[in-house]
Write a protein of this length. Structure first.
Length: 699
């Protein structure tokens, strides 16, 4: 008898790992390890060898392979085949798309109207190569309008720069040694997970944690104290803390004398803000302010983790200035576990001139358009256009302005203009992509080279491509190289490939390149306590309570409380303040289309306090209409302990087309700007809320 042959399966192909970096707009900038088998990414995890990541990723990025292999990824160049905004496209070749785009842009240049071309980008990737290298070279050479990239952090960044000299501060790992931590304007558990690890270590060692935030966030739940102040009143709170430090003499007089500037003037202003005055402005008990000041004045070392939520209001820049003064008053900078951190990005010696080549402007000075006012700019507002010509072409990459920019109804109307030539480089068909004349497929992080800094720690990370691009996706830098070639830009810099651009990001010797290539990251060589002996990067070398630079511009040289454009109590028609913090499983408008994450979020929500809901006849789970003078938005109400009376939370940022009526919370936000930094005022927004019927008008 002959036995049947046994057919064995071939052994599985060996796998290998590739080191990379998370590209998203988050302070943590995690180090990644991608496992690849047969050319396919099969696993993505945090790099356990990177001290800041420690092998841990947030829920969002842990689903990154799901996002990169998503069936709805844009994989081929597309040309619009239906009305603008319809999302109707037909596939074309790269040659056809790039030739057509180059021809249209060349037409503007030939008519001496390059300023009518506007690049629009932000932090869809934080990478220095795919975010701010070949694209900048291309638009500089073209002479296009410049974009003021203000949409996230410029008010706080300017406030910090005027006080400390730059986006600098304490090193995040030393928060673990603090005895008091103020988490100010940050839901760290959701948006700064790896800092939270250090805060938890400090708490286990006996530290007190205080959360200062209008919303009772997941972070507030885990802190010892929650100060639920009204939106836009952070500056008043900081001044009241100064008042108590002064009257109780909880001050480091030696540090103030040796390492600060403008103390007498600041002292006089702070004494005008007793806790009772600030309590009336902030909507919190005066005793809570006094207790917080006592803790801050008497606990050493004390550290402040400031984040960007608090600066998205009219007075955001001044509030950041006031808070940044506090560590110098008590000498917190003397200890490596004391001081403040808003952003560490100013510590990185990035050679932006080499990356971006502003010399290609060749003396031209194009007008600048503020990205936070894109709705006004595209609809012809002369002030938003800085007196220049109407925008005739816009090239969007690393951003989704129709969803994320304020007053989004006006933004959508601008992108709907038939005479506007729009190019969008994207991974998915976002709200903005629906308005493109040409939609170009962009690579995801595991498909391209890049190099990353951080605004939450002090490491430089290298991202290597782990797999080949899906379909015909190409990197941003590749697209702009190809457009430059078609337009006859023959400078050698337009031939730099993506690896060469990585190498250009830092001057020779600025970082340990060999170490970065070997382990995927390298740490900047910085002192543990950078301002223990002063040496701030300000013009005076001191912490500048008084800014002569601002005074020279006719502005207040001292920090102050600047009320909201739309302060609580200023409107009877719109009595509720609305803030729009990110939903926990989204990051700006990224990840909204990842099925598993959207399933966790459910649907667009408005958190509302039980008292405000009852006064309006709103029950938990009801459909509501949220509206003001700029528009209206329908969503589901959640009667929530997370909301304080008088404040509602429109959790974002949902794509408009995934909302109940084709809108999101930015239908309601305004294009008014901050006091410093020309930033947006997303959290400076009054609304009213009414019950609504499913699929219909208000009940």
């Amino acid at each position: 008898m002959v036995s049947a042959a046994v057919v064995s399966s071939p052994p599985p192909a060996p796998s290998h790992t590739v080191l990379g970096a998370c590209p998203h707009d988050c302070p943590d900038t995690c180090a990644l390890v991608t496992t690849v088998q047969d050319g396919v990414a099969v696993k993505l995890q945090g790099n356990p060898a990177h001290p800041h990541t420690a092998g841990v990723l947030c829920t969002k990025v842990s689903r990154y392979i799901e996002r990169s292999t998503h069936p709805e990824r844009v994989l081929y160049p597309m040309k619009r085949s239906g009305p603008k905004g319809s999302g109707q496209f037909e596939r074309v070749s790269w040659e056809t798309a790039l030739d057509a785009i180059a021809t249209r842009l060349q037409d503007f240049a030939n008519s001496n109207n390059s300023a009518a071309i506007l690049p629009y980008s932000y932090a869809g990737t934080m990478g220095l190569v795919q975010g701010e290298s070949m694209d900048r070279r291309f638009f500089h050479k073209l002479g296009a309008s410049l974009l003021d990239r203000t949409i996230c952090s410029t008010a706080g960044g300017e406030g910090l720069t005027q006080t400390l000299g730059g986006k600098v501060g304490m090193r995040v790992e030393f928060f673990a040694e603090a005895k008091l931590i103020l988490i100010w304007g940050s839901n760290s558990i959701a948006s700064n997970l790896h800092f939270w690890r250090h805060a938890q270590a400090a708490k286990r060692a006996g530290a007190k944690l205080v959360c200062i935030d209008p919303r009772k966030t997941e972070t507030a739940d885990k802190c010892d104290v929650h100060v639920a102040l009204l939106p836009g009143t952070d500056g008043a709170l900081a001044l009241a803390l100064m008042h108590e430090l002064i009257v109780h003499d909880w001050l480091d007089h030696d540090y103030i004398a040796r390492h600060t500037l403008g103390w007498d003037a600041l002292r006089e202003r702070a004494l005008q803000w007793p806790p009772e005055r600030a309590a009336a402005v902030c909507g919190v008990p005066a005793a809570q302010i006094a207790d917080l000041a006592r803790d801050y004045g008497l606990t050493k070392p004390a550290a402040i983790r400031l984040n960007y939520g608090m600066q998205r209001v009219h007075g955001g820049g001044n509030a950041a200035r006031a808070i940044a003064c506090l560590p110098a008053l008590v000498g917190a900078w003397r200890d490596r576990a004391g001081g403040l951190l808003l952003s560490s990005s100013g510590a990185f010696p990035v050679d932006r001139a080499a990356l971006q080549r502003p010399d290609l402007l060749a003396g031209r000075q194009p007008r600048t358009i503020n990205m936070s006012c894109i709705g006004d700019a595209l609809t012809g507002d002369a002030q938003a256009l800085s007196g220049g010509p109407p925008v005739g072409a816009v090239v969007v990459y690393n951003s989704n302005p129709v969803a994320v920019a304020p007053e989004s109804g006006k933004v959508a109307a601008g992108f709907a203009r038939d005479d506007l030539f729009t190019v969008v480089l994207e991974q998915f068909q976002t709200d903005t992509a629906d308005y493109a004349d040409y939609l170009l497929p962009a690579t995801v992080q595991i498909e391209h080279w890049d190099i990353h800094t951080s605004y939450g720690h002090t490491d430089v990370l290298l991202n290597r491509p782990a797999v080949a691009p899906r379909g015909e996706a190409r990197s941003n830098a590749w697209v702009f190289r190809e457009l430059a070639r078609r337009m006859g830009f023959d400078e050698p810099c337009f031939s730099d490939d993506d690896e060469a651009l990585c190498a250009a990001a830092f001057a020779p010797g600025a970082i340990d390149v060999a170490q970065m290539h070997a382990q995927g990251f390298t740490t900047l060589r910085l002192p543990d306590a950078p301002f223990a002996d002063g040496n701030f990067p300000t013009p005076s070398g001191r912490c500048e309570f008084f800014s002569a630079r601002l005074a020279a511009q006719g502005m207040d040289g001292l920090p102050n409380h600047v009320p909201n454009h739309e302060a609580v109590g200023s409107s009877t028609a719109f009595p509720l303040a609305m803030i729009s913090p990110p939903a926990r499983n989204f990051l700006n408008s990224t990840f909204v289309n990842v099925t598993s994450l959207r399933a966790i979020e459910g649907e667009p929500l408005l958190e509302i306090h039980a008292d405000d809901a009852a006064a309006r006849g709103i029950v938990d789970g009801a459909m509501v209409r949220v509206f003001n003078q700029r528009g209206e938005h329908r969503c589901r109400a959640e009667v929530s302990r997370r909301a304080r009376p008088g404040v509602v939370h429109g959790l974002g940022i949902w794509w408009r087309k995934l909302g109940f009526d084709g809108t999101n919370v930015n239908q309601l936000t305004s294009q008014r700007l901050t006091d410093l930094g020309r930033g947006p005022t997303f959290y400076d927004c009054l609304v009213e809320v009414q019950p609504a019927v499913e699929g219909g008008d208000a009940a």
